[in-house]
Write a protein that binds this ligand. Structure first.
Ligand SMILES: NC(=O)c1ccc[n+]([C@@H]2O[C@H](COP(=O)([O-])OP(=O)(O)OC[C@H]3O[C@@H](n4cnc5c(N)ncnc54)[C@H](O)[C@@H]3O)[C@@H](O)[C@H]2O)c1
Length: 254
């Protein structure tokens, strides 16, 4: 299989996109190390796919260092890390509190940096690769998500930075920019909406394909970027967004 003999780590792997990525990588033959701040849920996923689970909060350096270090020791190598863990906290530029700003940065952006920093020594040895989770919100403005969008934009820059710094070592670094994907993250947003059905319909309509994406569709893109099929792909930001980022106003005359 495409990922036979590969050891892949995934953060935020207990639910949503991370769970789908861990599942897809295991299906393609990889040995998967799953990290999440929710160890019970991560363990359930690990047991289902034949992986190993760690409790790690990516906003804590010690947790990430321990996860990566112990995984390297247990598996003997690391071929890929998917820095997926992230949180969505709403707020405009002016409304966002200092606490929310720091919390979102520490998880979404610094968490990605921590995953790269601690995995890179192992990835240089294996000539491995990194996949970071950005978002379509790095590419188009959506009012009310200032801190989240800032982290996702920075992840593209950080991905490119790592790609140029470690390309000569044979390490490839890419990121994914998903559109709206139905996961617990969005289910929570809909649960709190005044008219969930109207919100879901408008979000569906904001994609050229007219619908949300599925976690498995992002997972397929992650598996591609990790595989040798992407052997000449580095520093890229692959949109898996159903056309959300290229959809303009209708332009119809009728
Ligand atoms: N769902 C979408 O529409 C969408 C779109 C674009 C990008 N993304 C990005 O994809 C990634 C996954 O999103 P999702 O929708 O699957 O989220 P989710 O909330 O459904 O699941 C996130 C998982 O990460 C874990 N997690 C959260 N904070 C953590 C931390 N500090 N340390 C360790 N684990 C932590 C959670 O426990 C959960 O298991 C995020 O980076 C998100 O920003 C999601």
């Amino acid at each position: 299989m495409r990922l036979d003999d590969r050891v892949c780590l995934v953060t935020g792997a207990a639910a949503g996109i991370g769970e789908a990525i861990a599942t897809r990588l295991a299906t393609e033959g990889a040995t998967v190390g799953l990290a999440d701040r929710d160890l019970d849920k991560a363990t359930l996923v690990a047991d289902r796919i034949g992986g190993s689970a760690w409790r790690a909060d990516v906003s804590q350096s010690a947790d990430v260092a321990q996860f990566v270090g112990e995984a390297a020791e247990r598996f003997g190598r690391i071929d890929a890390i998917v820095n997926n863990a992230g949180i969505a906290v709403g707020g405009t530029v002016a409304d966002t509190t200092e606490d929310d700003w720091q919390r979102v940065l520490s998880t979404n952006l610094t968490g990605v940096w921590r995953g790269m920093k601690y995995a890179l020594p192992h990835l240089i040895q294996s000539k491995g690769c990194i996949v970071n989770l950005s978002s379509v919100q790095a590419l188009v403005g959506m009012p009310g998500w200032a801190a989240y969008a800032a982290t996702k934009g920075a992840i593209i820059a950080l991905t490119q930075q790592a790609a140029v710094e470690y390309g000569a070592d044979g390490v490839r670094v890419n990121c994914l920019a998903p559109g709206t994907i139905m996961t617990p993250m969005n289910e929570q947003i809909f649960a709190h909406a005044s008219d969930p059905d109207a919100l879901i319909a408008s979000w569906n309509a904001s994609h050229a394909l007219g619908r949300f994406g599925r976690p498995s569709e992002v997972a397929a893109a992650a598996a591609y970027l990790i595989s040798d099929d992407a052997s000449f792909v580095t520093g890229s930001c692959l949109r898996v967004d159903g056309g959300l980022s290229i959809l303009g106003p209708t332009g119809r005359a009728d």
